[in-house]
Structure formats: C-alpha cells, structure tokens
Design a protein around this ligand. Structure first.
Ligand code: DON
Length: 303
C-alpha cells in the first residue's frame, strides 16, 4: 500500500475544498490560527512516519488531551473511576450542562467537557496541578518519543480568562460531590492540559500506544487500550460521534484546535489538522481527510 501517495491525493483534495469550516473563536488565542492550514501524518510501528502539508507545525491539541488524561486517571483509580464518570455517548454539544442536572452531577463520558474535568480531577488525586501536568507531559512525550512537546501558556491563560462555562460545569459537579480537589485547581490543570501543543507527526506517533502493534510504547495494558479505543469510537466526536464512526470507522478524538487523533488498531497511529470546524466543533476537513484515508486503505474496523 502506497501511504505517501494516498496522503498526497488527500492533501490535493483538501486544497480544493470550497468550505473549510470555521475556526473556534470562543478561545481568543485559537481564533488567530490560519484557517488555510492542513496537515496529516501516519505513524507505523516500525518507526516510519508518512506526512503531508503542515504536518510538522505544532497546534493546540485541546480535547485530544482528554485521551491521555483518561489513561492517567484509569491508572490511578482502575475501574473505580467509572463511579464518577459514565461511558455512554451524550448526543449533546461538548460543553453542554443539560444532562448533568438530570444525572446528578455524573457526566456521561470522559470526553465531553464535564467528564473531562472530572477525569482531570481524578488524575490529580490530591497532587499539585504542576505534578499532574509534569506526569501528563511525560506520558505524552514517551508516547510520541519526543521530549520537545510542551504547553502553550498563552493558550492556557486565554482559556482561563474565558472559561466560565467550564467553571459552571465544575462547580455543578462539586455541588453534587463529584470533585475531590479544590475546583479552581482542577480547572487550572484542565486548561493547561488542553493547551498542550503538538504537530501531526508527533500526534500520529503518540496514538501508537493505542494501536496494539508490536514495537509501540506499552503505556497501558491491552484491556485498557481496548476500552479507551471503545470510548473514542463512541464518544470521541461529541454529538457527531455516530457520524464519525459511520464515515471513518476508526476510534478518534477531536479537539477544537482542529486536530483529530485516530487509531488504526493493529496498524498505525494517524493525526490530521485543519483548524476550520463543523457545527459540532470537530475539524471539517480533518474528518473529510480521515474518511478518504480509511476508504483508500480499507482500515475501518468494520472493513
Ligand atoms: O474546554 C474547552 O472548551 C476546550 N479547552 C476544549 C474543547 C474542545 O476541544 C472541544 N473539541 N472539539
């Protein structure tokens, strides 16, 4: 299979796209990103990385960080974690508060904002945010095999300044006894984890720990890997998760910075970045690109 040629075809198709979606504007630092950017990378377990376009440019991974934090929280709490966070698709926007009231402060899944904040709270487990962020960066750097990955403090500050909706979600959960650490500490850690910057090349390599391939970093057990992949398939794209499964058929996690990290079980790690978003807050061209890729390779888990 000629992965380089497939990526070239995808890149050419995306350059012709008439509608690139809209860049997120609710986090001011993200609103400044050039909507014309497009990058994609595929990392194989033997160390090869195929890429196209702006695959070497770092971008804000945003909600993609929720996958790494989930791995850390499960490492800390094991299956007890699931008493604090559900594992059902929400069918709601990523930042919705609606279900939280109905469901007594237990968020539907670890990837909507409420669930991710509870997950960060679980991963913190009484430690200072700085220690958690150090551990998170170590995890991501080990997964990607790259020590240069860092947090963009400007983006974190921008989120901190405009994060009232996230604050509402967190305090609502605290009122229901579903916050262990001081709320502002958990939020500070959450805003910073979202501000991790990575390129497609780095993110594709980082996804390999979930691929179950020989030679990929063993950061979680096989059972945990299967479960994290299941959560990504069912909940990784919020109220467009069904559409992503239908079109792509691979576990994926999007971020409002326009990135998507995708796992091709037993095959590869994949990452795509195009900052323009669709109505559900997922990368518009990113979704189109991985759909093209899954079709060209036959790598959908349903193939
Ligand atoms: O909390 C927020 O709103 C952002 N830091 C992350 C949201 C996000 O990436 C949603 N994804 N599409």
């Amino acid at each position: 299979m000629d992965i380089a040629a497939i990526l070239d075809d995808i890149s050419a198709a995306m350059a012709r796209a008439p509608d690139r979606g809209r860049v997120a504007s609710y986090i001011p630092e993200l609103a400044r990103v050039d909507p014309g950017r497009f990058g994609m990378a595929v990392a194989l377990p033997d160390g090869q990385v195929f890429s196209t376009g702006d695959a070497a440019l770092p971008f804000s991974i945003q909600s993609i960080s929720k996958v790494f934090t989930l791995a850390l929280a499960l490492g800390r709490m094991g299956d007890q974690f699931w008493s604090r966070v559900g594992r059902e698709p929400s069918g709601q926007a990523f930042n919705s508060i609606l279900q939280l009231e109905h469901e007594g402060g237990i968020p539907r899944n670890p990837f909507i904002n409420a669930g991710a904040i509870a997950t960060t709270d679980a991963a913190l487990a009484g430690h200072a945010p700085r220690e958690f962020l150090g551990e998170l960066l170590r995890f991501i750097r080990t997964a990607a095999g790259d020590e240069s990955i860092h947090i963009n403090e400007k983006v974190a500050a921008s989120e901190q300044a405009t994060g009232d909706l996230n604050r509402s979600l967190a305090y609502f959960m605290a009122a229901h006894g579903n916050m262990v650490n001081p709320v502002e500490q958990t939020l500070g850690a959450y805003f910073h984890q979202c501000a991790v910057e990575m390129s497609c090349n780095q993110l594709a390599k980082a996804a390999l720990f979930l691929s179950g391939t020989e030679g990929a970093p063993r950061l979680v057990s096989p059972a945990r890997r299967r479960r994290i992949n299941a959560m990504m398939m069912l909940c990784g794209h919020y109220d467009a998760s069904g559409d992503f499964a239908y079109r792509v058929g691979l576990p994926g996690k999007s971020g409002v910075g326009g990135g998507i990290m995708v796992v091709a079980p037993a095959k590869a790690g994949i990452a795509v970045w195009s900052p323009g978003l669709n109505a559900q807050g997922n990368s518009k061209l990113g979704t189109d690109a991985v759909e093209m890729f899954a079709r060209a390779t036959g790598w959908s888990v349903f193939d």
